[in-house]
Ligand binder design. Structure first.
Ligand code: ASP
Length: 333
């Protein structure tokens, strides 16, 4: 089962789920519904959540946590599974290239103390998330880009690899026949891996890694390596990660917004819904043509997820159960 095929599973292992629906106002579309989902979870740590259907990745992270490992090690280990998975064409090795045929990776990581590291436009190195972690832990900087990030990775001992697999090259060559450049992510086609873990001590860390928008302009960077947009962790409050059209997440500083809304008392679910609403309800929003999804967890271990459109999902591993949860969404056809 790949992560684009979704189980219609809304079971929450430790939670009761109630779904209702109210209409919200929007300039052009009266059919936008705002589902209300309440998930009352009893804190049970460790736990890990991730964007999309990535059960192998959450399993790897949970393995670290079960042994008493910390949340930072867990999210790095989990993301590395997807980065190494050549079949996933949106993360790490095998990622779809930009319009010029270059696979360029964006990733970031954030720990319980608010430290963070990120790499943007990294080429020829599979484990962008590990390079981001080194930036956080071993340099005085937060972000390294392009050639500088790549050079730093080699200095650390990462090996140079060709990330463009035959399958991704073939897809790119097909795309080149028409080479229509649309800076729009197909509603079902994006799979950035964002992951948040809470370890046995109750401490939170998060990570996010992607090859970004397929056939993007050379040099384009999305939300995923930008702290506050693609990822934000506050160990006192909770964490959030994003997937979808990065430009829209950046414009609303999405993950930071979700965490701040949780700080003000909203549940993770309510916070994700409000952050999606901020994108959809912007004047002249083109929301019908792109997807954005958030997953979030608070310090109490309550989780939430929400997308603009159908087919967003979250993988959650808690109490020994690794499950895919289909997300509710705002725009009903
Ligand atoms: N958020 C990523 C980006 O805009 C793409 C994705 O989630 O698929 O680069």
């Amino acid at each position: 089962m790949n992560r684009r095929k979704f189980l219609k599973n809304t079971t929450l292992s430790t939670a009761g789920l109630a779904v209702g629906s109210t209409l919200i106002s929007c300039a052009e579309d009266s059919k936008i519904e705002k589902p209300i989902i309440t998930t009352k979870a009893v804190a049970s740590f460790p736990l890990v959540i991730a964007t999309w259907h990535v059960e192998n990745a959450t399993a790897e992270a949970y393995k670290v946590l079960e042994k008493g490992g910390n949340a930072l090690d867990a999210v790095e280990a989990g993301c590395k599974i997807e980065e190494a998975n050549e079949k996933g064409q949106s993360v790490g090795k095998g990622g779809l290239p930009d319009r010029d045929g270059n696979v360029t990776l964006d990733a970031c990581i954030m720990d319980k103390n608010g430290n963070c590291g990120s790499v943007v436009y990294l080429q020829n190195v599979t484990h962008a998330i590990s390079v981001a972690r080194h930036v956080m832990e071993k340099t005085p900087h937060v972000m390294l880009a392009g050639k500088g990030a790549e050079k730093y990775a080699y200095e650390l001992g990462f090996k140079k690899e060709n990330l463009l697999t035959e399958a991704s090259k073939e897809a790119w060559e097909k795309w080149k026949v028409e080479a229509k450049y649309k800076p729009i992510i197909n509603i079902e086609n994006h799979d950035t891996i964002g992951m948040i873990a809470i370890d046995k001590n109750g401490d939170i860390s998060g990570a996010c890694t992607t090859s970004g928008l397929a056939y993007k302009m050379g040099g384009r960077v999305g939300d995923s390596p930008i702290i506050g947009a693609g990822l934000f962790i506050d160990n006192e409050v909770g964490g959030c990660v994003a997937t979808g059209l990065g430009e829209e997440v950046v414009k609303t500083v999405g993950s930071f917004l979700v965490v701040e809304l949780m700080r003000q008392g909203k549940s993770p679910q309510e916070a994700c819904e409000e952050a999606i609403g901020r994108i959809v309800n912007k004047p002249n929003s083109n929301y019908k043509n792109f997807q954005v999804g958030y997953v979030a967890v608070n310090k109490q271990g309550e989780t939430g997820c929400f997308g603009i459109h159908q087919w967003f999902s979250m993988t959650k591993y808690q109490n020994g159960v690794n499950e895919q949860i289909q997300s509710e969404f705002m725009v009903k056809a």
